[in-house]
Design a protein around this ligand. Structure first.
Ligand code: PDD
Length: 285
């Protein structure tokens, strides 16, 4: 496995960072996860735009231009095996004496990238749907930043694993659903796709945007608005989206059936449309 670290491609065994890296000490950095299909980065421009927004959110200048990122990403894909991969990009505020405040003068940011095999969701899971639990969204108020400091998300996701479930759906202020511990969540009610608004309380998912585009292009009614906690439990369908899981049906929530307990028609349509979209976009010219 070949990774990229601060200007060099090297085997992962040879990639090291100093212990004073602010990513290690403070979780002071941001990241991106980008799926690769047929050796092409999916929605690269959108991922790089969100990376820029995350960097702006933590006041860290972008170490690379879009052109530089694009060639680094393409080189990383070429140096790794597999037609389908997922890329992890990670930028921290660099190595400095431990002090919460930004290093002054600023130091070189640390840039790390790696590729992993992209495993497609198992057919059985798509056919049966997955289970989820709900939990209090106890994260900070800048969930729109894709920050590497993921301790709340780690603990929340583990609640799902401990319950034998695939995801934890987060409820803010005992009122609204925000997203999953590592995914976005949609609700389907009476044929309408309900999407929580992209605000500071959730990560603006790239897959979320693709699903909304596909829905609009195929006349699936969409309502972007806050989704009440109770609406989760009266939903006809619940859907989960992320770069690594694409789009999946949630058929059990807190041990109760969602709708009739089976993946629903809106999921089936969106899943097919998503696969077609992916194929069309990634087809070699
Ligand atoms: N996570 N919300 C959260 C909190 C996430 O961590 C993710 C993705 C998403 C979905 O965003 P996208 O569609 O752009 O992948 C929403 C990635 C996959 C991860 O941390 O591994």
């Amino acid at each position: 496995m070949t990774v990229y670290l601060n200007g060099n491609f090297k085997p992962i065994e040879e990639a090291y960072i100093p212990v004073l890296d602010r990513g290690f000490i403070f979780g002071d950095g941001v990241y991106e996860v980008i799926p690769v299909y047929s050796r092409r980065a999916f929605r690269l421009a959108e991922h790089l735009k969100r990376l820029q927004a995350s960097l702006d959110g933590i006041r860290l200048p972008n170490p690379h231009s879009e052109t530089e990122w694009t060639s680094l990403v393409n080189e990383l894909i070429a140096k790794n095996e597999g037609e389908d991969q997922y890329l992890y990009l990670h930028i921290t505020r660099g190595v400095a004496r431990r002090d919460h405040a930004f290093p002054q003068p600023p130091v070189q940011p640390t840039v790390f990238m790696m590729s992993s095999p992209l495993l497609h969701p198992a057919a059985e899971l798509l056919a049966s749907g997955v289970s989820a639990v709900t939990a209090v969204d106890n994260r900070w108020l800048r969930c729109d930043i894709k920050a590497i400091s993921l301790l709340p998300n780690v603990l929340l996701r583990q609640q799902a694993v401990d319950a034998g479930c695939a995801e934890t759906i987060l409820i803010r202020d005992d009122k609204f659903m925000t997203e999953g511990a590592a995914s976005n969540i949609f609700v389907v009610k009476n044929g309408t796709l309900l999407a929580p608004p992209k605000d500071n309380l959730m990560l603006p998912g790239i897959t979320y945007d693709v699903v909304l585009e596909i829905a609009a292009a195929n006349h699936i009614p969409v309502e972007g608005r806050k989704i009440g906690k109770d609406e989760l439990f009266t939903a006809d369908e619940l859907l989960l989206t992320s770069s690594t899981r694409e789009i999946m049906p949630i058929t059990t929530l807190d041990a109760k059936a969602v709708g009739n307990g089976k993946p629903g028609p809106v999921f089936a349509r969106l899943y097919t449309l998503y696969q077609n979209f992916k194929r069309d976009v990634m087809r070699q010219p």
